[in-house]
Design a protein around this ligand. Structure first.
Ligand code: FCB
Length: 432
């Protein structure tokens, strides 16, 4: 990291020691397709074949999960977020692959044996090929297929995992796949995007009920990324309006719907979603950077004149995490919060440590402002496939790997965070 980057971080870093409660949940987060990769029958593999997204050889998790989970434990983490690759479990419509279910059972058992609690997420952006071909979630007639999968995996894994998530960032899935058209199925259509908002909320409510009927009964949490929408220039009325309109749809609708069961979108008739109200045992809060609305459209924002910028050209803005946690806590009183993802694409370990330190400081400020934040899951353990960016310099791992041997090597940030976890203390003098 250059000297310039060092001074850019200075205003964002903690100045005094931060103590974390003994029962604070430290975890790492991952997703099935990003870590497992491979030639699975899903829509991302098809998009890669068509040259629309990079190919994904994976980082070897599918084969090496047991060793990776021991590594998780050795770094002091006690929680691990994984997801199930739907196309492995249901390679064809109506057929469940017992071998794949056994493998996910074994992965959960390996976590438990290592003293690591598995958190199982059922949908993280990929659809089986057959489901995508039938029109995905946009076709209400397909919803039963997803719910059958939820029921089957819930039954298989509930004896092995106490915590579930229905979906990761379904609002981002809707935005990138149906409004921006950058991810499969590459649709750019506001009406479809709005319909998807309703569909993913209804699917969450239905899947929540199914999972809560399992024995033993698991906890079921949502996961959404917080997109801290701000105008680049607060004096520009058009930019303010764009940021506000985005926020009203994205967080406004989402938080109100979870709290009340009603989708109350600007310019639409209010609509009640059956069983949605209160259908969450915890709120999973992912956060990376702020989202700006400026002259050039949406981008990344900071109130610093010269902020740190990551390898995906996003400005580092920890205050968005702080303000977002406080806002969600106020919108959903009584619901515990977990930071279910936070991390940074970089090949520079000093940058990563400073990024994490500044966001843990923001998390602590949110707790002091009353947000009931129970844990922090770092994204991610081992470098993995970053969707449209593939395996470039956009490395999020605390651990690297050799693509030829798949051998793991803990990075400086992994050792640093392990030290924070072990001591329960973020000591500003130990930030490089
Ligand atoms: C999140 C996604 C996750 C990963 C990180 C960097 O929005 O949930 O899959 O790609 O970004």
């Amino acid at each position: 990291m250059s000297e310039a980057d060092g001074s850019r971080f200075a205003p964002l870093l903690p100045t005094g020691p931060i103590h974390f409660p003994r029962d604070f949940a430290w975890g790492v987060a991952s997703s099935a397709f990003q870590a497992e990769g491979g030639d699975v029958p899903n829509d991302w593999v098809d998009a890669a074949r068509a040259g629309r997204v990079p190919p994904n050889p994976g980082n070897g998790f599918w084969e090496r999960a047991e060793a990776d989970l021991r590594l998780v434990a050795s770094l002091g983490f006690r929680h691990y977020r994984l997801s199930v690759e739907w196309s492995r479990v249901a390679p064809e419509r109506g057929r469940f692959d017992e071998g794949a279910l056994d493998r996910y059972r074994a992965i959960c058992d390996a976590a438990n044996a290592a003293g690591v609690t598995p958190w199982v997420n059922l949908f993280h952006f990929t659809h089986p090929r057959w489901f995508a071909a039938r029109g995905g979630f946009l076709e209400a007639a397909n919803h039963a297929d997803f719910l059958r999968y939820v029921e089957r995996v819930g039954r298989a894994l509930a004896p092995h995992a106490r915590h579930f998530h229905v979906a990761n960032e379904s609002m981002v899935y809707m935005l990138t796949g149906y409004l921006m058209g950058v991810n499969p199925p590459f649709v750019q259509d506001a009406a479809s995007a709005f319909a998807m908002t309703r569909h993913v909320l209804a699917l969450h409510a239905d899947a929540y009920r199914i999972l809560k009927s399992m024995q033993p009964q698991p906890t079921v949490a949502t996961i959404e990324v917080y997109l801290d929408a701000r105008p680049e220039n607060p004096d520009d009325a058009l930019q303010c309006d764009a940021a506000q309109r985005f926020d009203a749809w994205y967080h406004g609708v989402l938080l109100e719907a979870l709290a009340t069961g009603w989708i109350n979108a600007p310019t639409r008739e209010p609509e009640e979603v059956p069983h949605l109200r209160g259908a969450l045992d915890a709120y999973g809060f992912n956060y990376y950077n702020a989202t700006s609305f400026g002259a050039a459209g949406a981008g990344s924002w900071s109130d610093l004149a010269d902020p740190p910028v990551d390898a995906m050209n996003r400005k580092v803005f920890p205050r968005g995490l702080e303000d977002g946690l406080v806002r969600v806590a106020q919108a959903l009183p009584g619901v515990p919060l977990l930071v279910t993802e936070n991390g940074v694409p970089t090949t520079d370990e000093t940058f990563r440590i400073r990024y994490v330190a500044s966001h843990l400081a923001a998390l602590d400020r949110a707790r002091q402002r009353g947000a009931d934040v129970r844990g922090y899951f770092h994204w991610t353990l081992v470098d993995n496939y970053e969707w449209n960016f593939g395996f470039g310099p956009e490395r999020f791992g605390l651990v690297g790997f050799d693509p030829a041997t798949q051998e793991r090597s803990v990075k400086a940030s992994g050792r640093w965070l392990a030290d924070v976890i072990r001591s329960g203390l973020l000591d500003p003098t130990r930030i490089p």
